[in-house]
Design a protein around this ligand. Structure first.
Ligand code: 13P
Ligand code: SF4
Length: 443
């Protein structure tokens, strides 16, 4: 199978009416096109577009329509030589730079990265595995994180002060993480404290525990650290909620409403006790009674990649492939998770496929680069994405071999570019919340 990147370029050429031969047509077959013809361009085109517009944007792909906050980091202009270099030239340059740097640099690649980048990664994994991978290389001076901003921040928090964490394109953020900003969460917290007070109940539980998904800024992780809260990932959300319910009467969960709802529902929390907090509305859009009765207050955030999955796609897969095994990520809406055979983190999906001993058809609800890579890795199975349209995560897509070549060659010259640093005060509190997660066990 050709990479998602190549398929996008073939499809968009065809959509633009350019001649494509039968072989390239076959390579792009089996999809219903892309969600944006702009995906075929180099990500540097969006760095430039943002500079000209004077405002950040997520770029083409699933988060295209989400509004990026004004403070979203932007990428300066990539030197021309990297934009103009062919894939083959970039390949030679990246390999040569890595060879020269040796153990001084380690390249991490998230499951959702394009194959053109993943081929250079020393470690490939989910956000949590990659944060841990960074810890296994304390001697590396530079950690080049081919993922998104919150992941690089977490690596900076967990790595030693001498290590530099580098994000090859600073515009690789996360639209979901941006849906909860510190000011809005602080405001929400103040209002909740006014309603609930701060007294513990007879069981010694505080009124509310803040829980942030790993997909959030370091500042929000620090907020949780300061306020008796904790971080979770999609692989340990249940364990973390158990930890929180031991210590609190209820939970404020941000930024992903779907992960919060799906996890709490599976633990038996009724939907009526999960009001949603919309930061643009008075009391988050709730009355006091609903908040007092709540067990989990869900922030109004979502992932635009996983919001694309729907029950109709699952019904279609079941009709076309009787016996298909449908596995989705818990960032999908509740009705999608309910209609699937199982739901779990990227690592859960990978392990479920690896564990299948008989040839099986899998329909997967997560980012397309990961699904296509699994399909190539396990040719004995039929593996496809529930969404027939190729629509990658916009921000993961902003990383390209051109940026990787640039940051590596700069390192060879002794220069660190695109360093992600979390300031000390934020770091200390964020680390408290992350360490609570690492130590979390039911009492
Ligand atoms: P993981 O934590 O499974 O790596 O997922 C990150 C992510 O962004 C999912 O959308
Ligand atoms: Fe963020 Fe969704 Fe992309 Fe993950 S897939 S980085 S949650 S926008």
């Amino acid at each position: 199978m050709s990479s998602v990147n190549t398929a996008i370029q073939l499809i968009t050429r065809e959509q633009a009416g350019n001649a494509v031969n039968a072989a390239t047509r076959r390579a792009a077959a089996g999809t219903a096109g892309t969600c944006s013809p702009a995906l075929a361009k180099g990500p540097w085109e969006y760095d430039l577009a943002e500079a000209l517009a004077g405002a950040p944007a997520y770029g083409p792909g699933a988060s295209n329509a989400d509004r990026a906050p004004a403070a979203t980091p932007r990428q300066g202009q990539l030197p021309e030589e990297y934009k103009l270099a062919s894939d083959a030239e970039l390949d030679v340059r990246i390999r040569a730079a890595k060879e020269k740097l040796g153990d001084r640099a380690v390249v991490l690649g998230h499951f959702y990265q394009r194959d053109e980048v993943i081929q250079y990664a020393d470690f490939v994994g989910d956000s949590f595995q990659l944060a841990n991978a960074a810890l296994t290389r304390p001697d590396a001076e530079a950690i080049i994180f081919c993922g998104v901003h919150f992941m690089a921040e977490t690596a900076d928090i967990l790595s030693t002060p001498d290590q530099a964490v580098i994000l090859p394109n600073l515009a690789a953020g996360c639209s979901m993480a941006d849906m909860a900003d510190t000011d809005s969460v602080e405001e929400c917290w103040e209002q909740l404290e006014e309603i609930f007070g701060t007294e513990k109940d007879d069981a010694g539980r505080v009124p509310v525990i803040p829980v942030t998904y790993m997909n959030s800024s370091a500042a929000l992780k620090a907020f949780c650290g300061r306020n008796g809260g904790i971080v979770c990932t999609s692989s340990n959300a249940k364990l973390v909620l158990e930890w929180a319910f031991e210590r609190g009467q209820r939970v404020l969960f941000f930024p992903d409403q779907h992960l919060g709802r799906n996890t709490a529902k599976a633990m038996g929390v009724p939907l009526e006790q999960m009001p949603m907090w919309n930061p643009r509305k008075e009391l988050g859009g709730n009355d006091e009674r609903a908040l007092l009765d709540s067990r989990v207050i869900l922030w109004h955030g979502f992932c635009s990649v996983h919001k694309r999955f729907n029950v109709g796609q699952i019904d279609k897969a079941r009709a076309e492939f009787p016996g298909v095994n449908v596995i989705v990520h818990p960032e999908c809406p509740m009705e999608v998770v309910d209609a699937a055979d199982s739901a779990g983190s990227t690592d859960f999906i990978k392990k479920a496929i690896a564990a299948a001993s008989e040839p099986t058809t899998f329909a997967i609800g997560t980012e397309i680069n990961m699904v296509n890579r699994l399909a190539a890795e396990y040719p004995q199975h039929t593996i496809f994405c529930l969404d027939p349209v190729i629509c990658p995560c916009s921000t993961m897509y902003r990383i390209h071999p051109g940026y990787l070549a640039w940051v590596l060659e700069e390192l060879v010259e002794g220069r660190i570019v695109n360093r992600i640093t979390v300031d000390d005060a934020v770091q200390d509190n964020a680390k408290i919340a992350l360490e609570r997660m690492l130590a979390a066990r039911p009492l």
